[in-house]
Design a protein around this ligand. Structure first.
Ligand SMILES: Cc1cc2nc3c(=O)[nH]c(=O)nc-3n(C[C@H](O)[C@H](O)[C@H](O)COP(=O)(O)OP(=O)(O)OC[C@H]3O[C@@H](n4cnc5c(N)ncnc54)[C@H](O)[C@@H]3O)c2cc1C
Length: 406
């Protein structure tokens, strides 16, 4: 009988797992179960092209134009509510029992809901699904002002999209500066300036202490500094939390993410997990990531392993973000204490900041420097020793550093 692989979740991790499992085992019966209807779509456009009206969510199917069916994977719309581990059965919310030989949990993450800003209240938005993005887009069409709570990457993309539509945007960020967890001060300052160029008012080091619905539909927020900020729309970008309840209820090991080994196995050898919902083992301790490339690559490695493969996952993680004409990228693992920080000014609004651990690069963040970041990925993956003067000199091509010095 052919191997039954059941995958829960239709994001890049789940789809990546399905496609890789198919490549590994042409005869396997692969079932992808997602609680959102229709062909699985990419989330990154939701805060960018979808809000500005340049694209619709269905324009970016994760599996490409032929869809999931093109890879001979069956797609089912259902919510898995329970796992019977002893019987190796996934159970839907409608009590349908779906047997598996290998199960992949790729349930992603959900928005962190701030109690002061309840999801679903008129004028308050969180952006994670196509429905949420389309609802916000519809309101942006008639709004004049938007208040963004939280200055993280996705939130700032929403701010940039709204500002490009001519909407007056104010950002309230609790930290002393934006993107404190993502990049250095100078890079963040460049991004901050670009927002200011588009009229976005970023208030850092402040929190909201109260919310009031005003007559006429506007919302008013009071800040700790005693200011009252009013807007037609409030968007909350307060981070995400892993969807781990299914795993926890099934008795699997969970610790702010479903715990998996370097092959994506949970504490039950027949159950795997991949993507944003996991905390995965790596040489320097378990880690959790929330970005597209990680989800896709983790899913692909895990998908192969469900079908008899032997792929250890040890990524050089990376993310990207698009705000106005800034293409922001990060690559590698940020470290608490870098041995050196080197800036490479590639051009006007184009820069890379490298953080070194000893002689090699641990982490880099770049703006409008795609080629240098692609080379940096290889420098990090191969742990090549670099010369800081070469790194800082934009006239020296980075790929020359890939060749060993004679
Ligand atoms: C608006 C937005 C913009 C982003 N932009 C970028 C970007 O520019 N660059 C970048 O690197 N990353 C970006 N990301 C992050 C990236 O999209 C995520 O890291 C990635 O989607 C995670 O993939 P995943 O497969 O682990 O989970 P998800 O994509 O969250 O998919 C999980 C799926 O599983 C479903 N599901 C959950 N539980 C169940 C269940 N019990 N039964 C059935 N189905 C279930 C969910 O509904 C969801 O469809 C963005 C994210 C968002 C929300």
């Amino acid at each position: 009988m052919s191997r039954r692989i059941v995958i829960v979740g239709g994001g890049p991790a789940g789809v990546g797992a399905a496609l890789a499992a198919r490549q590994q085992d042409a005869a396997a019966a692969i079932l992808l179960i997602n609680d959102e209807p229709g062909e699985p779509y990419e989330k990154p456009p939701l805060s960018k092209a979808v809000l500005t009206g340049k694209a619709m969510p269905q324009d970016a199917p994760i599996a490409g134009p032929k869809g999931i069916a093109g890879a001979n994977v069956t797609l089912k719309t259902a919510r898995i509510a329970q796992i019977d581990r002893a019987g190796k059965v996934a159970i839907t919310a409608d009590a349908e029992r779906i047997p598996y030989d290998a199960l992949v949990l790729a349930t992603g993450a959900r928005n962190r809901i701030l109690p002061m800003f309840p999801a679903g209240q008129t004028g308050i938005y969180y952006v994670r699904t196509a429905d949420e993005a389309l609802a916000l887009k519809a309101h942006l069409g008639i709004a004049k002002s938007l208040l963004l709570i939280g200055g993280g990457l996705v939130g700032l993309e929403v701010a940039a999209s709204a500002a490009e539509l001519g909407i007056k945007v104010t950002v309230v960020e609790i930290a002393p500066r934006i993107l404190a967890r993502v990049c250095d001060e100078e890079t963040a300052a460049l991004i901050h300036r670009r927002h200011r160029d588009f009229g976005v008012d970023i208030r850092t080091g402040t929190v909201c202490t109260g919310l009031q619905a005003l007559p006429g539909g506007k919302l008013a927020v009071v800040t700790k500094a005693g200011e009252t900020l009013t807007a037609d729309i409030i968007v909350v970008g307060a981070g995400a939390m892993p969807n781990e309840a299914l795993a926890r209820d099934a008795g699997l090991a969970v610790q702010d993410g479903i715990l998996v080994d370097d092959h994506g196995r949970t504490s039950d050898p027949a159950i795997f997990a991949a993507g944003d919902c996991t905390r995965f083992a790596r040489p320097n301790g378990a880690a959790r990531l929330e970005n597209w490339r990680h989800a896709q690559e983790h899913g692909a490695a895990v998908g192969r392993n469900t079908a008899g493969g032997d792929v250890a996952y040890n990524p050089a993680p990376s993310f990207w973000s698009e705000q106005y004409d800034l293409y922001i990228q990060g690559i590698g693992w940020p470290i608490a204490q870098s041995t050196a920080r080197v800036r490479r000014k590639v051009g006007d609004k184009a820069t890379v900041l490298f953080e070194l651990d000893g002689a090699s690069i641990a982490y880099a963040v770049g703006i409008n420097a795609q080629r240098d970041i692609a080379t940096t990925r290889r420098l990090i993956e191969r742990q090549i020793a670099v010369d800081v003067t070469d790194l800082a000199d934009p006239t020296k091509p980075l790929n020359a550093l890939l060749k060993p010095k004679s």
